[in-house]
Design a protein around this ligand. Structure first.
Ligand SMILES: [Zn+2]
Ligand SMILES: [Zn+2]
Length: 329
């Protein structure tokens, strides 16, 4: 568990680490402070915490793969480790794209600045989740997946899809432009839109750390919800019609010895841990353009591109097309 430095909401950033009573004299303690972690720009501190979370959990998932831990939850198998192959590309994107982008946003006064009341803190979290979804959906669907040949060459989104989402750190394995569109913008544009998130550390560490862990999970090939949902709902199982699925749930309810609390907790875990959406996106590039884990998937639902709605939408379109066609014959 990371420990966070105290919130520093009120101190102007240029005064942090300086001896404010005698600015022309650099005392030994001031010199020591100027080299400390808390004297770094907040954007750089946040990036460092994000790197720590990303690579610690990335290594943890790598260990699960290496030692074949929880094989029943590994829904996307891995023939051999891709970790060392993926790592240089991931580090390049994190160091040369994400870090400068974050720092420039702070220098421009667009993020990592200002004050943050407790109410704004609580409001900013869902607002940023919504903003993240909006920016990612638009960029992912309309720039990365529906480009002309020139944009395809420029973005090279196929680099990311080549991983098949079966290795956690592949979350950041992509071309630099793709990384800017799919990782940088959905994080930093909503942050600027909610007023920058304040000059305190905790909010930024929480958002950046949670984002890193969520991305790793949805690319890990692990789906821990398999332990909590009916087996016939898992990826790779034979698709069922609506009536077949209803009959299967009815049969399950008859045989269900769980109490209401157990059922509630199990269903909640099955929903919360569900990452089928992004796994399906890596298989079928025309579904689920939002994040698969931790995203409300509102746009995928409204526009019927969610992985479990798109086939029905296609069937509806074909049925309606056939109906109109028969009318005009
Ligand atoms: Zn992906
Ligand atoms: Zn994609």
């Amino acid at each position: 568990m990371a420990t966070f430095p105290p919130l520093r909401m009120d101190l102007p950033r240029h005064l942090v680490g300086m001896n404010v009573t005698s600015p022309n004299v650099t005392s030994p303690s001031a010199a020591h402070q100027s080299l400390s972690f808390s004297s770094l720009p907040l954007s750089v501190q946040t990036w460092a915490v994000q790197m720590l979370a990303f690579h610690a959990f990335g290594l943890l998932f790598e260990a699960l793969d290496h030692f074949h831990v929880l094989p029943s939850a590994k829904v996307r198998s891995l023939r051999k480790s891709q970790y060392m192959h993926l790592l240089p590309n991931v580090l390049r994107n994190q160091v040369f794209v994400l870090l400068p982008f974050m720092w420039v946003m702070e220098v421009l006064g667009l993020a990592f600045v200002g004050s943050l009341s407790p109410l704004r803190f609580m409001l900013n979290l869902p607002l940023m989740a919504l903003g993240h979804e909006l920016v990612q959906y638009i960029g992912h669907r309309y720039l990365l997946h529906a480009p002309n040949v020139f944009l395809m060459k420029l973005f090279r989104h196929s680099v990311h899809h080549s991983t098949r989402a079966n290795s956690a750190i592949s979350a950041c394995y992509m071309s630099p432009v793709d990384f800017f569109i799919e990782i940088g913008c959905p994080y930093l544009l909503p942050l600027a839109a909610v007023g920058g998130g304040g000059g305190g550390a905790f909010f930024h560490f929480l958002v950046a750390g949670a984002g890193a862990v969520g991305g790793l999970y949805e690319h890990s090939g692990y789906d821990f919800a398999t332990a909590f949902r009916p087996a016939f709902e898992n990826l790779g199982e034979k698709p069922m019609s609506d009536s077949e699925k209803k009959a299967a749930y009815d049969a399950l309810a008859l045989d269900d010895g769980r109490g209401p609390l157990t059922r509630f907790v199990t269903n909640w875990l099955a929903d919360f841990l569900d990452n089928r959406a992004h796994l399906e996106h890596h298989m079928r590039g025309y579904v689920s353009f939002s994040d698969g884990f931790g995203s409300p998937s509102i746009l995928d639902t409204l526009l019927r591109t969610r992985w479990n709605l798109s086939e029905r939408r296609r069937a509806d379109v074909e049925r309606e097309w056939a109906r109109q066609h028969s009318q005009h014959q």
